[in-house]
Each structure stands twice: as structure tokens, then as C-alpha cells.
Write a protein that binds this ligand. Structure first.
Ligand SMILES: Cc1cc2nc3c(=O)[nH]c(=O)nc-3n(C[C@H](O)[C@H](O)[C@H](O)COP(=O)(O)OP(=O)(O)OC[C@H]3O[C@@H](n4cnc5c(N)ncnc54)[C@H](O)[C@@H]3O)c2cc1C
Length: 342
């Protein structure tokens, strides 16, 4: 095995996933650029191993030890590249902490990322599931990214179209993109900023705070306050944020459900489909605040599953399955997990 790579064996991942699930990696390597990835690819033994690219571990559920090499993206660095077509281009390395990066842009007086404040994880992972919150998605502020292709060894630049962003989805979650490791991401922030208050709860909070001419930093602070109120801090209670995606159903299916459940929370989509609120469905099935063993449903937000202490991956999976079965039986809707199961 390659002697000049600082690979650690039988490495604990418990503190590297926000669910705080105990799991171990057969090999572990910190990666701060393409050079280490190239070395792994070229080494016959390392190159043949199963690979797991790890950022902040905030969208992962370990159900077993990882019998391969974990590539932990730790590269740091961020810079303002300049203005182009009325947008300010800002680039950050994959291992940068997402929230610290957002806060840094806001401190420079650059708006655009404020609705995505306080999301855990790294910059490199933001495009993977097209991270979104409070009416903004990564694709709205995305310019391009650089990725290392573990299959060919090429460093590629991908624009938004190439990344094929969709709701909690992108190229990188599909077979054609699985060999790509994101090295850095460039965002295009508006030179002439206007607040995005499309999300009703955020608009209400801004109004209640008396912010008649809010700055990007005001919006960022408001988003942070809402999130702190609603979501568990992974530093205190293990979780991976929303455990299920909001299901999208046809207009006809939604109409049938509304006839039976007039309170159903639904949002019309541009393509005519309807997005349902997974948290509402779970809550209505009586799961909010309940537990199965050491895995529970967060009492303030039914969409978040939590580690009540000492949970293993299978405890969380058992709870998730029970919830999926109940929601399917009552509403005929299949809930799809958001975190990546390992
Ligand atoms: C409390 C809490 C709140 C959350 N709120 C939100 C929210 O509002 N909106 C939202 O969208 N998500 C949310 N999440 C989920 C999570 O924060 C995001 O998905 C985040 O982008 C994951 O980043 P990460 O670095 O932790 O990725 P990880 O969990 O380490 O990895 C996630 C996936 O991305 C891949 N990956 C990571 N880095 C790279 C890279 N550099 N190149 C290629 N692949 C990579 C991994 O292999 C894995 O498949 C929340 C999570 C928590 C715990």
C-alpha cells in the first residue's frame, strides 16, 4: 500500500457523523486536494477498495462499519473572484464548513446565501443534494464546481446544467456522477441583492422583527433564530436534519387525499405536481415525540429522527421503516429517506 499517504487504519467515525452512530472505517485519509485522490487512484491496492467521500457527516446514516477507504474532504480556502455579468463570484474549497462560509460572505456584505444559514456540513457537499432551505436552493446561487474524476483521473469543471440539479438531487447521486469528488465550488451572488422572502415562515419572522429594509445579515440572523428554535443542535443530540424528503405526488392523488384529509399540507409545483409536507404526514400518524429503543422522533419537528443516546444505525432504520409503513398505510404515500445510508 502507498507508503507516503498518511492513511489511518480501523478509524472511528463516531465523531465524524452528526447522528453520532458508532462505526469504523478500515482505512481513513484526510484529503485536501486532487493530489491525494490521484495517489489513491493510482495505487493498485487502494484504488481497488470501496470508497466513501465524507464531508461533515451530516447527511449520512452508518448502518455498518465501512470496509474500504474513507476520503475525508478537509481542504480549506475561500476567495472573492470578482464580478461577472452582475454577479459576484465566490469560491470555496470542499472542506470549508458551510455555515462559516455563508457567514463569511455575509460579513463581506455579499448577499445570496443567507437563507441557507446554519445548515451543517461542508461546501463540497452542498451541490450533492442541492442543499436547500427557506426558499433558496444551491442551484439558485451556483456558478460551477471543480471535481476530480476517480475513474479517469481528470479534473473537470461542471456548470449548473452539467450538475443536473433537482429537488434534493444532482448528477452526483446517480451512477454517472458517483466517481466525481468535488474539490471546490464557485457561487454567483447577486451584485444587486433583494431579499428572498418567498418562504412564508421567514417573511412572517422578518415582519414580526420589524425589519422593513432587511440586510442579508438580518435575514441570515432571522433564519438562524428560526432554525435554532425548531431543529436539534447536532452537538447536543445526534441527528441528520430532515430524515425524509417531502414527497411529490400527482395533482389527482393530492385531490383524492384532500377530499379525505382537508388539512393536508401541500404546495403546487411548476410542473403541476404537488409537494406534500412529510413532517405533517408523520405527525398525523402520531409519531412526533415517540421512540423505538434509542431512536426517536424529535418532539418539535416530526421530520427529524434523533439518537436518544447509544442508538445504532439499525435502531434508526427500524424507526424509519415503521414510520414509512404507517404513512403508506394511511395516505398511500411512499416516504424516501434523505440521508445516505452506508
Ligand atoms: C440539524 C441539521 C439540519 C439540516 N438542514 C438541512 C437543510 O435545511 N437543507 C438541506 O438540504 N440539508 C440539511 N441537512 C443535511 C446536511 O446538512 C446537508 O445535506 C449537507 O450538505 C451535508 O454536508 P456534509 O458535508 O455533512 O455531507 P456528508 O454527510 O459528509 O455527505 C453527504 C453525501 O455527499 C457526499 N459528499 C460529501 N462531500 C463530497 C465531495 N466533496 N464530493 C463528492 N461527494 C461528497 C457523501 O459521499 C455523501 O454521499 C441538515 C442536517 C442536519 C444535521
Amino acid at each position: 500500500m502507498q507508503a507516503d499517504l498518511p492513511i489511518l487504519d480501523d478509524y472511528s467515525l463516531a465523531s465524524l457523523n452528526t447522528f453520532r452512530i458508532p462505526a469504523r472505517a478500515r482505512h481513513y485519509l484526510r484529503v485536501d486536494g486532487a493530489a491525494q485522490l490521484e495517489a489513491v487512484r493510482r495505487d493498485p491496492a487502494l484504488g481497488a477498495l470501496p470508497r466513501l467521500v465524507l464531508g461533515g457527516g451530516s447527511n449520512m446514516l452508518f448502518t455498518r462499519d465501512f470496509d474500504g477507504i474513507v476520503l475525508h474532504m478537509t481542504g480549506q480556502g475561500r476567495e472573492v473572484l470578482g464580478e461577472q455579468d452582475g454577479r459576484i463570484l465566490v469560491r470555496a474549497q470542499a472542506g470549508e464548513n458551510w455555515h462559516a462560509f455563508v457567514a463569511w460572505t455575509l460579513a463581506q456584505g455579499l448577499g445570496g446565501l443567507e437563507n441557507l444559514s446554519l445548515i451543517p456540513g461542508t461546501v463540497g457537499a452542498a451541490p450533492i443534494q442541492n442543499v436547500g432551505a427557506y426558499g433558496t436552493e444551491t442551484r439558485d446561487v451556483f456558478h460551477c464546481l471543480t471535481a476530480y474524476d476517480m475513474a479517469s483521473g481528470d479534473v473537470r469543471t461542471l456548470d449548473a446544467a452539467a450538475c443536473r440539479f433537482a429537488y434534493r438531487d444532482s448528477l452526483f447521486k446517480h451512477p454517472e456522477g458517483r466517481e466525481l469528488v468535488v474539490l471546490d465550488v464557485t457561487f454567483a451572488l447577486p451584485a444587486a441583492w433583494v431579499p428572498n422572502l418567498r418562504y412564508a415562515e421567514l417573511a412572517r419572522a422578518v415582519e414580526e422583527a420589524g425589519l422593513t429594509a432587511p440586510t442579508p445579515q438580518d435575514i441570515g440572523r432571522t433564519v438562524e433564530a428560526i432554525r435554532r428554535r425548531k431543529l436539534p443542535d447536532p452537538g447536543e443530540i445526534g441527528n441528520a436534519g430532515s430524515f425524509f424528503k417531502n414527497p411529490v405526488v400527482s395533482r389527482e392523488h393530492c385531490a383524492r387525499l384532500l377530499a379525505e384529509f382537508p388539512q393536508l399540507v401541500h404546495h403546487a409545483q411548476a410542473d403541476g405536481s404537488e409537494k406534500l409536507a412529510a413532517g405533517w404526514l408523520i405527525d398525523q400518524c402520531g409519531w412526533k415525540g415517540r421512540a423505538l429503543g434509542a431512536a426517536g422522533v424529535y418532539p418539535k419537528q416530526a421530520l427529524v429522527l434523533v439518537n436518544l443516546g447509544g442508538a445504532r444505525g439499525e435502531d434508526v432504520v427500524r424507526l424509519a421503516r415503521a414510520i414509512q409503513e404507517d404513512v403508506k398505510a394511511r395516505y398511500g404515500v411512499a416516504l424516501e429517506p434523505e440521508p445516505v445510508f452506508i
